[in-house]
Design a binder for this molecule. Structure first.
Ligand code: ADP
Ligand code: MG
Length: 360
């Protein structure tokens, strides 16, 4: 496939030297900076036809006694995207994802992975998926390398363990025992295990729950790199920021139902309350009147701060030019954008963080 070879210019993170490297789409090339000797990897994005469907779920259902854990849900995931299945604890995320992984038996509906109905053809796809289960733990007294070697032997198709160790940034830990690793490193080993068969689709069930913010960011970087390699990622999470940061497509699940679906932008446009520009400590008495006269939706706070609703981002420039033109004096301004928390609040009347403790 030499004709696909592309050049990529990257900057050495250590000395800022620019280096041009050639590679094929999907390839990860080891590079050494000619200037400072720093070693790193360069990923060449895989070209995926985004319209291809990786997973298609239709009217999926699961009931436990009186509880409808998953209520006839329908959704699909495109190849090469990070799909976030977002919802509070108890919403039905793990039940859904484990039915797709063929671990739990659905009571209704169909699931297709890469075009194959898994109720009859799971064997055709099981080598093409990788799984990080919720609250995953591995063998305490195996080293990272031994762990990956063990899981790798379960599959016919095997990725190079050294490449995975490099990609997950586990080089310094490869000879350490699993039990001696921090929570963040254990999760990275979990993701690494999900990659031993070089899967096309990776399922990650709450991969950052319980991690500190730094470790969480490190796992996010790993997930973003999976997308760069062209893998499809099914991510379940109850963290808004995680979905906001990583997802191409988001489905919000609540009490077993998908209550909204779309890209972050689509969800915010449809269910968010719009963005607000705050003028802090406004010192000009007539400012609110002037802005109102110019057709803005203005709210004056008791402390003198002014809030203006922004329907289109172009309006920010208009507001700034009025402030300047009318010599309106203030301490500072900031813009608060709508986010998924607001979307969830609008749809359910509750905050996701509160819902986490009282999902049903
Ligand atoms: N094996 C089971 N038996 C009975 N109830 C279950 C079982 N698995 C899950 N549930 C219930 O189904 C609901 C959804 O659970 P789950 O899919 O684990 O949610 P999530 O992953 O979103 O936190 C919860 O109320 C949970 O208690
Ligand atoms: Mg769960």
């Amino acid at each position: 496939m030499g004709f696909l070879m592309a050049d990529k210019t990257v900057q050495c993170p250590k000395c800022s030297q620019k280096i041009t490297i050639s590679g094929n789409p999907g390839e990860i090339i080891k590079a050494t900076c000619p200037s400072c000797g720093n070693k790193g990897r360069v990923t060449f994005k895989k070209i995926v036809k985004k319209d291809d469907i990786a997973i298609e779920v239709s009217k999926l259902r699961k009931v436990y006694g009186d509880l409808v854990a998953v209520n006839d849900i329908t959704f699909s995931i495109r190849r090469g995207e990070v799909f976030a299945f977002l919802g509070p604890n108890g919403a039905g995320k793990t039940t859904t994802v484990e039915m797709i992984e063929s671990i739990r038996q659905p009571m209704g509906g169909t699931i297709k992975i890469l075009g194959k109905d898994i109720s009859t053809s799971f064997d055709d796809v099981k080598e093409k998926i990788g799984i990080l289960p919720q609250e995953f733990r591995s063998f305490e007294r195996l080293t990272v390398k031994e762990t990956l070697e063990f899981f790798s032997k379960l599959y016919k198709k095997r990725a190079s363990i050294n490449v995975i160790i490099d990609a997950m940034d586990l080089r310094d830990q490869k000879n350490k025992l699993y039990m001696d690793l921090s929570g963040g490193l254990k999760q990275r080993v979990g993701v690494a295990i999900a990659l031993v068969n070089d899967p096309e689709i990776v399922f990650l069930d709450e991969p950052t729950t319980g991690l500190d913010p730094k470790a969480r960011r490190e796992v996010w970087a790993v997930i973003a790199s999976l997308r760069d390699e062209g893998k499809t990622v099914f991510l379940t999470t109850h963290y808004m920021e995680e979905a906001e940061f990583l997802a191409d497509h988001i489905a919000i699940i609540h009490k077993g139902n998908i209550i909204a679906e779309g890209s972050l932008e689509e969800l915010i446009n449809k269910y968010g309350q719009g963005s607000i520009l705050h003028i802090k400590k406004c010192k000009t008495k007539d400012a609110a009147r002037i802005l109102k006269e110019n057709g803005f939706n203005v709210n004056t706070k008791n402390n003198g701060d002014i809030e203006i609703k922004i329907d289109f981002k172009e309006r920010v420039l208009e507001i700034l030019s009025i402030l300047r033109h009318e010599c309106i004096d203030y301490d500072s301004i900031d813009i608060r954008c709508s986010n998924l928390e607001e979307v969830f609040l609008h749809l359910t009347g509750a905050r996701l963080s509160e819902e986490a403790y009282d999902a049903r």
